[in-house]
Design a protein around this ligand. Structure first.
Ligand code: SF4
Length: 147
């Protein structure tokens, strides 16, 4: 049987696609171990949604995604989530490794919309759409479950 495909947040692979123009790489050894087991399918939902890098940070406020300056980027986040879901469908993906706490990729815990660094229970927009469609979403904090 061939390797399973794994959807992965692009910034975890070292791509500087975060809002602040940085990446959050997991480290070469972990990435190599993942590659031994899976075919990695990277995605940055915020870039796919048409947002620039760097970009003004945004957080989830209920069903909306609002930038720190008050701008509404809900549509861009929704577009990025749909792109991620399309990739999963294309490659028959059932598991995803996504960046914790992000308003797009975070699963289980995200920032609470007050831009104070406070976390609350919830999923980022992409993580929520993937879960709703039966894809199991892990964050890098749960990496051991995938290795
Ligand atoms: Fe990383 Fe996801 Fe944010 Fe893109 S949207 S920078 S992949 S956490």
């Amino acid at each position: 049987m061939g390797k399973q495909h794994l959807l992965i947040s692009l910034c975890l692979l070292g791509e500087p696609c975060r809002y602040d123009g940085k990446s959050v790489p997991m480290g070469g050894e972990v990435i190599e171990r993942l590659k031994e087991k899976y075919i990695l399918v990277p995605v940055c939902p915020e870039q796919e949604g048409g947002l620039p890098t760097p970009r003004i940070p945004a957080e989830r406020k209920g069903e909306r995604i609002v930038r720190r300056d008050g701008g509404d980027v809900t549509a861009e986040y929704a577009k990025g989530a749909e792109t991620a879901l399309s990739l999963c469908r294309k490659h028959n993906i059932s598991i995803a490794l996504m960046k914790a706490k992000s308003p797009s990729c975070g699963a289980g815990l995200i920032y609470d919309g007050t831009f104070s660094g406070t976390l609350t229970a919830g999923d980022g927009v992409t993580a929520a759409l993937l879960s709703k469609n039966g894809i199991k979403v892990y964050t890098e904090n749960e990496i051991n479950a995938l290795l």
